[in-house]
Design a protein around this ligand. Sequence first.
Ligand code: T46
Length: 133
Amino acid sequence: VSLIKTISLKSLGDERGSLVALEGNKSVPFDIKRVYYIFATKEGVSRGFHAHQNLKQVAVCVTGSCRFVLDNGKSREEIILDSAATGLVIEDLTWREMHDFSQDCVLLVLASEHYDKADYIRDYQKFLKAVVK
Ligand code: T46
């Protein structure tokens, strides 16, 4: 099974333009407890480089593009997010890296849990130990 799981977000377009609605436990497969967005990322900067013990997320690049790398300790896969109608589902215990942010990239992230600093695994070796458990 591919590590890359995406959901197609229905664009409710009409002659005025487009609209995408995100609803917890409907288009998004969990209760949404937190929303954040990453923007104005400096050129050449990569982000992420961590996993979460207990956090599900859906990431949508609403403007611009960026490249996600997901790693479950066994394989590494990547996807370019460049559509406001595509959500990338990121399960727990998945290492993530974000690269190649376009200048105009706005990366919207919906999260299943509130922010918890203790939930992050920022050391790749510790991540590998956590996934074999
Ligand atoms: C993830 C990827 C996709 C908060 O205080 N509250 C929050 O909800 C978040 C997400 C971050 N922060 C603080 C923690 C740091 O001082 O904001 C700062 C930047 O966060 P971080 O270095 O973790 O950012 P990224 O881009 O490396 O990772 C973020 C999320 O933190 C992470 O959960 O999966 O985006």
